[in-house]
Design a binder for this molecule. Structure first.
Ligand code: ZN
Length: 115
């Protein structure tokens, strides 16, 4: 019980902490913020007023963004794949430039669909 946190929505001084999900929430009005344990950054996931705020918190925050490829950010995936293909090409594994271009096109299409 270190910090004194009061709810910015209703002023309730007894905010609850869900340590498993790093979420601080107010039982009175439903206000909730997700706290990043690494950076300490707080992301509001519910402005309060809605009792089921936690469940529908998906859209506005990046944390619940499902536009990922194998759990990676699409751009990271694309750049990683690009680097691997170039490496294979320079190592002589991929000798055919047409195949390299084809794989790059597939990679880009993948990224394009997910971004
Ligand atoms: Zn509140």
């Amino acid at each position: 019980m270190g910090e004194e946190l009061a709810c910015p929505q209703c002023g309730n001084p007894n905010l609850d902490v869900d340590e498993q999900n790093s979420v601080v929430y107010c039982q009175k009005c439903g206000f909730a913020v997700k706290v990043d344990p690494q950076t300490g950054e707080a992301v509001p996931i519910s402005q309060g007023g809605a009792p089921r705020g936690l469940a529908e918190a998906g859209q506005p925050t990046q944390a619940y963004n499902d536009h990922t490829i194998f759990g990676m950010d699409p751009l990271t995936f694309w750049m990683g794949g690009f680097a691997i293909l170039l490496l294979l090409f320079f190592l002589g594994v991929l000798r055919d430039l047409t195949i390299l271009m084809l794989l790059l096109a597939v990679l880009t299409a993948f990224w394009w669909m997910k971004k």
